[in-house]
Design a protein around this ligand. Structure first.
Ligand code: BES
Ligand code: ZN
Ligand code: ZN
Length: 495
């Protein structure tokens, strides 16, 4: 598979996604889904008088099928209205779409208020992504059309919400398809080429750091020493309409494969092709901003550090010491703690080249410790600024990409080495490893003479929340990650 074939797979038109249209009444449809909150009986009776006799309480998970004049009508209980969130809404649409597929319908009508349409479009297009598309001979069953039905469906705002949802889904699905591509195909140089070509399509400025420019960044280079491919660093730059004095950097871990290096992962290696999910979420965020024509808060550098952590005669050893792009010497304690090396040098690159950056976001499938602590439900964040932490938590609630903040306490910062400046592992790394990994990264964030940080820092550990469950979920099909982070960062970076 070459880069053009990969780019083809990333396009929604080649993903067999359903067309989503809207209508102001449901009369012409034979398959109709009607979601209802608890206590909405009156609403059913008013909108659908023929359902008057049906007893339906709207309790969560309650569902009834009614056949009326050859129409199949599904009433779906959503539970208490006040408990409904963007996340449950997305899942409702995703589940509904997937459960309807079984009957091979041509059209599916879903009765829904227009305020739900952004979540609706995301839920449907995320659910529809099918691993079949990657096979040599994909089944050619065309996706049914989904019609969102609401009386106010003709309004400009409603159309805008639907469009926005479809773009958001495209950003998430970009991350999801890239994550699923096998590591022998999506190698660091191929991935770098894909990024360059996407930037060209999107008309976004993109720089691919040369080997020469990366020479002094020994940490990022060390990670790929055992690999047939060099590490890569790519930076896309987006400006708001009115230029700002300060800038944000959003940096993603792009490990095309993490075998664990010489120490190895043994039987925990499967799914480590997804170790580039952080970088793919950076890319998905750029897509959202560009295609959604969203206004950035300030100049933003979107940075992707690509590498492949392999075993080989040249591979980095535990005991090696490398110099980071800012001169700090780092002792390798563990060859599997490679993501932080890539990110640390990416931070150094930004620090050395873009003096206007006052806020650093990093996103990575960084630690198994975060999976143990938070499971697949919440993204772990490590943040040095109380206000930014609150803003991130709030954005997480709104977008449904939930985050949980670690304590911010330097007592956790124990990545010390007796002979170098820093170690790539905490002294007691079995305890709170995800916090210690975040604090390792913080060692590279700009500091003043007293050692106080001069920039804000918020790190996202998505090792658990990419939710690589190969079995799939009721609201999304097997084979793809959750697309976490794209919507959250889009919200955080834009007005
Ligand atoms: N890529 C892994 C983290 C990971 C684990 C991602 C599980 C997704 C699911 C990372 O590079 C790693 O191996 N981390 C080590 C760090 C340890 C050696 C300090 C880990 O978490 O075990
Ligand atoms: Zn690792
Ligand atoms: Zn890794």
């Amino acid at each position: 598979m070459n880069t053009n074939e990969i780019l083809r797979l990333l396009e929604p038109k080649n993903q067999n996604l359903p067309k989503i249209s809207t209508d102001t009444h449901s009369k012409k449809y034979d398959l109709i889904y009607i979601p209802l909150f608890e206590g909405e009986e009156k609403f059913i009776q008013k909108e659908f008088p023929f359902l008057k006799k049906v007893k339906f309480s709207g309790k969560k998970e309650e569902s009834t099928e009614i056949i009326h004049q050859n129409k199949r009508i599904h009433l779906i209980g959503l539970g208490e209205q006040k408990k409904m969130t963007s996340r449950t809404m997305r899942r409702f649409f995703g589940k509904t779409y997937l459960s309807a597929l079984g009957g091979k319908p041509k059209k599916i009508a879903i009765f829904s208020p227009t305020e739900w349409w952004e979540d609706g479009a995301i839920g449907i297009h995320v659910a529809a992504l099918n691993p079949e598309m990657l096979k040599s001979n994909p089944k050619k069953t065309p996706a049914p059309e989904v019609v969102l039905v609401n009386k106010n469906g003709k309004s400009k705002e409603a159309a805008a919400l639907l469009k926005r949802g479809m773009i958001m889904a495209e950003g998430k699905n970009l991350m999801r398809v890239l994550g699923t591509l096998p590591p022998n195909i999506l190698t660091p140089p191929v991935y770098a080429e894909v990024i360059m070509k996407l930037a060209k399509q999107w008309k976004v400025k993109c720089e691919r750091a040369s080997k020469k420019a990366l020479e002094k960044y020994e940490l990022i280079n060390a990670v790929s020493q055992g690999s047939a491919y060099d590490s890569e660093l790519l930076i896309m730059t987006l400006e708001p309409k009115t230029k700002t004095k300060t800038a944000t950097a959003f940096i993603g871990k792009g490990l095309c494969y993490d075998s664990g290096g010489l120490i190895g992962k043994q039987n925990h290696m499967k799914s480590m092709k997804e170790d580039m999910a952080g970088s793919a979420s950076v890319l998905g965020t750029v897509l959202n901003i560009v295609k959604g024509n969203l206004e950035l808060k300030e100049t933003t550098y979107f940075v992707m550090g690509l590498a492949e952590n392999m075993m080989g005669t040249g591979a980095m050893r535990a005991d090696d010491i490398f110099t980071a792009g800012d001169g700090q010497k780092v002792e390798i304690m563990h060859t599997d703690a490679e993501g932080r090396l890539v990110l640390a040098d990416a931070i150094c690159y930004v620090k050395n080249n873009f003096k206007d950056v006052h806020r650093y976001y990093t996103i990575a499938t960084l630690t198994g410790s975060c999976v143990v602590a938070l499971g697949t439900i919440y993204t772990g964040i490590v943040c040095n600024n109380e206000e930014l932490k609150k803003e991130t938590e709030e954005a997480g609630k709104v977008t449904g990409d939930y985050v949980h903040a670690s304590p911010w306490d330097m007592e956790y910062d124990d990545c010390n080495s007796p002979i170098a400046d820093v170690a790539n592992l905490g002294e007691q790394d079995r305890d709170a490893g995800w916090i210690k990994a975040g604090l390792f990264l913080h060692r590279f964030v700009p500091k003043d003479k007293k050692g106080e940080p001069t920039a804000e820092f918020c790190h996202f550990d998505i090792a658990g929340s990419i939710d690589m469950d190969e079995k799939g979920k009721a609201w999304r099909q097997k084979g793809f990650n959750s697309g976490i982070g794209v919507r959250l960062l889009t919200k955080l970076l834009t007005k």
